[in-house]
Design a protein around this ligand. Structure first.
Ligand code: COS
Length: 388
């Protein structure tokens, strides 16, 4: 076996063990306290998960996308807030620096992001700009050798923990839409940055989403990430990758939900037999097993295509759309398998059912992903008279 393959197998099996031995037993505590316990955070750091995507030369694990999703499948066997804790730092909050940062920006930030010493957040969404990301109104105005940022960002995951924000702001007129948006690296302790109290949510306990207010925040021109006016494309490129990661999150959860349903169906007896022997229950298990398998196959294939340098905008949209919708359907069926017990808090399915609901909304709603996939299909049709 090659050294690389052996190392990956070690990382994946360590992630699997960690999920089963450390994360699963901590789930109820996280649900009750709304916080990720310190020993879990330390464990995530020890595994190097904050720096999964950071190249080795900057202190990260330098995983390929296929390797990354393989680890995420395992970690997301546990409830998704654990992954959220390191997700923005190795995902959207860091990918921009890796892909578009100057050498100076990479050297300054990546080593401490890779260890989790500094956490990163991605600040794109605003109160009036969600799916229509090109309509943001946060402004960055040049003032000598500085930019001054004003605006409010909404639902920013991990803002309360973040030491660094990738902030998208308008440097050109609103008529320019996407072409008038630039990205900036803003340190959280810069005067004028305020992180609001996290929102109370339906699920996902342990993951914090807050508004972040930028009030006359002055940052040096060197804090711009990529060239002026390229911020939107930079965000979309990061999101293509992040949507594959999110599809892996959903895929890990599909497996967990299925296992919760199978275990219950074997243990629960009605009419003198385990309910797993009843064909209508079996249909729900089979449909869910098939969808979990399909999600995994899609995500692995798209990740390999991305590693091979292919454009995966359409495939990432397919994957996130399919895997997160599948997780929703599986959660619903497995709750049904649990009957009345599925509706009470003693069973994990009640919590997971609420948690997976968010996956179909953030990092691109299912409807936006359908739109992206269809646009790509139509755009590329006709070169050889087919869509393949
Ligand atoms: N990769 C690279 N560039 C991309 C891109 C991608 N995946 N998608 C779009 N672009 C480029 C386009 O090529 C275009 O540049 P040119 O004019 O030079 O060709 C520019 O970005 C603007 O793109 P587009 O015209 O497609 O923008 P729209 O406003 O029509 O819409 C969508 C873009 C809807 C796809 C975008 O706003 C989106 O993804 N919305 C969802 C946002 C989201 O996921 N938010 C979640 C919170 S962030 S965690």
């Amino acid at each position: 076996m090659s050294d690389r393959k052996e190392t990956l197998e070690l990382i994946v099996s360590a992630a699997r063990r960690f999920a089963r031995e450390v994360l699963l037993p901590a789930e109820i505590e996280v649900e009750e306290t709304g916080e990720i316990p310190g020993h879990v955070v330390q464990g995530l750091r020890d595994l190097g998960l904050f720096g999964m995507t950071v190249p080795e030369e900057y202190g990260g694990l330098g995983l390929s996308v296929h390797e990354e999703v393989s680890v995420v499948f395992e970690i997301c066997y546990a409830q998704p807030a654990f992954r959220s804790y390191f997700g923005t730092t190795n995902g959207v909050g860091t990918l921009g620096i890796i892909n578009f940062g100057t050498e100076e920006q990479k050297r300054k930030y990546l080593p401490r992001l890779a260890t989790g010493e500094t956490m990163a957040s991605f600040a794109l969404t605003e109160p009036d700009s969600g799916s229509d990301a090109a309509s943001i109104t946060t402004k960055a105005v040049r003032d000598g050798d500085h930019y001054v940022i004003n605006g409010t960002k909404r639902f920013i995951t991990n803002a309360v923990h973040a030491g660094l924000f990738t902030v998208f702001a308008r440097t050109g007129p609103k008529e320019l839409r996407a072409a008038g948006i630039s990205a900036f690296l803003v340190e959280a302790d810069t005067p004028g940055v305020t992180v609001a109290t996290p929102y109370r949510k339906m699920g996902f306990a342990g993951s914090h989403e807050s508004d972040v207010i930028f009030d006359n925040v002055s940052i040096p021109v060197g804090a711009m990430l990529g060239a002026e006016g390229t911020g939107f494309k930079n965000a979309m490129t990061s999101l293509d990758h992040a949507r594959l990661h999110m599809s892996a999150v959903a895929t890990g959860l599909c497996q967990r939900l299925l296992d919760e349903g199978i275990r219950y169906a074997i243990e629960r007896k009605q009419f003198g037999r385990p309910i797993a022997e009843f064909q209508l229950i079996q249909a729900m298990l089979a449909d869910s097993g098939a969808e979990a398998y399909a999600a995994r196959a899609m995500v692995e294939r798209a990740a390999m295509d991305k590693d091979a340098g292919k454009n995966i905008t359409k495939e990432a949209a397919y994957c996130k759309y399919f895997a997160t919708e599948a997780a929703g359907r599986i959660a619903d069926r497995m709750l049904q398998v649990h009957g009345g017990n599925g509706y009470i808090k003693e069973y994990a399915i009640e919590r997971l059912y609420r948690d997976v609901r968010l996956l179909r909304i953030y990092e691109g709603t299912s409807q936006i992903l359908q739109l992206i996939a269809a646009r790509e299909l139509v755009r590329n049709f006709g070169i050889d008279g087919s869509s393949s």
